[in-house]
Ligand binder design. Sequence first.
Ligand code: SF4
Length: 295
Amino acid sequence: MGVMRYEGSVYRPPSEADSLILQATLGCSYNRCTYCAMYRAKRFRPRDLDELREDMDLAASVYGPRGVRRVFLADGDALILRTARLLEILGDLRARFPGLGRVSVYASPQSLLAKSTDEIRELTAAGLSMYYLGPESGHPVVLERIAKGVTREQLVDGARRVVDAGAKLSVMLLLGVGGVELSHEHAVASGTLITEMQPRFVSTLTVTPVPGTPFADEVASGRLVLPDDRALLREQRTMIEHMDCRAVYRGNHASNMLPVGGTLPADKPKLLALLEHAANDESVRLRPRVSPDRL
Ligand code: SF4
């Protein structure tokens, strides 16, 4: 849905491709993760409610009130807004779009920890039913190195608030983010993190150093060595092996070399076998790496 006026680059999860993107906030209130280039150029601020209503009216006139079924609240962590403000936005959306099915949002760990389970329950009842969380790793050292700003325990705490509130949680992990040095440990700790969180959706993306980020500097200087293609597949296999959950798993992002996916736990043996085979057989063709500007 692309006729809206947007400030700066707009990002959304791949599964929100057909959603109306509404910029409830600009930038990311945290903005310190070392690998993230999404909002470096933007200063965080909540959007003015009247401006937001104008955006909603514009969307209603372009797509028709019944033409908007899904809305994604951007930018990086719109969940950081006060609950009362979010409820107001959700009410405004429902008033304009009677066919609205679901509203979703990126949930930074910091924004989740600022909300109680009851608040998330209230938001979910008002339509905000899908939360995308990107811990990227479950390993304490990796979390510190990428400056996630929270501990593993805090990540689990935030995630459980969503799950306990009965909302849908989608968790994203980053293959390769621990480098060669912590590849195996990162894989095990990220798999068990999923077991503790019990999300409805899990996806693994491959870390792509974006020029201008501290992460890319570490790679360029040789302080961090990224695992090669086959090592990344082994990492992915170990990660899935340690996930004990009922979830839809996706490993088919543009950054992934071998597009795979399925339902856990039913497809786990198949996924493990596929990844094992691809990791050990050089004749298995992998997708070329994509440049950061194509992600
Ligand atoms: S919380 Fe998300 S949007 Fe904000 S800096 Fe980290 S990865 Fe980027």
